[in-house]
Design a protein around this ligand. Sequence first.
Ligand SMILES: Cc1ncc(COP(=O)(O)O)c(C=O)c1O
Length: 281
Amino acid sequence: MKDESARLGLPSYKVLGASWAVQRAVAALGDDRPRTLVAATDGNHGRAVAHMARLRGWPARIYVPDDMVPARREGIAAEGAEVVVVDGGYDDAVDLAAAQAGEDTLVISDTAYEGYVDVPRWVSEGYSTIFWEIEDELAARDLPGPTAVAVQIGVGALAAAVVRHHRPGPALLVGVEPEGADCVLASVAAGGLVEVPGPHLVESGADLVVAVPDSAARAAMRDLAAAGVVAGESGAAGLAGMTALAAAGTGRPGPGDRVLLIVTEGATDPAAYREIVGAAA
Ligand SMILES: Cc1ncc(COP(=O)(O)O)c(C=O)c1O
């Protein structure tokens, strides 16, 4: 298990992508005069972009869906960013953020859209740090690599990093999505790109994609807590997916597998964590 609950002072791995993408995007501009960094987010990516702006002494403006829990908004505001609550969901936030691009405003999106692919690619490249660190650690302990890897899928940038790192290669790659936003599963089932409510266009390099209900992610949070690991719902979803797959009787993952899980976040919503796990993070 790779624990990403404390990464560069933030409670998720997202800053690995945000930091590299900001660096590359600024380098591509050819000068580093201050600009406002803009992002849309469901929580962690925007907080990471806000953090990078703060380190540069630059302003940040982060667009968030109107149903985002206060703790996540506060986490972004605590980085000194302006938080704009959009009248709508995540996709509306992405659209609004994209429309801000300009002379003095640099959009750092982890979601690709028409005419905007470099920055999301850099975000995904930044995430590859996770997998090189795992290689280093395994080599230092003289251990073999994983035979099965679970990866949580949101917009797909982390999954792209998993696929890049493990392909070509024999490891079973399992994408895990929340039941309410199973875009990759829908597109695999359809055999091509599809649109599920909201324009999340995705393509899969994974062997299997499993959609898990929130209740399974919560059960995985409790299992991880019992093992001394603090994980939020998205952070625990990889375990939930692998557990569901093992229970489905496909034989994979099975006793011969070495399974890699990535705990992608800690308790990013402490009140929810307390309620779900029955103890503070
Ligand atoms: C904690 C956590 N895990 C996993 C993911 C999925 O990553 P991606 O959006 O790159 O697919 C996200 C982002 O949405 C996240 O915040």
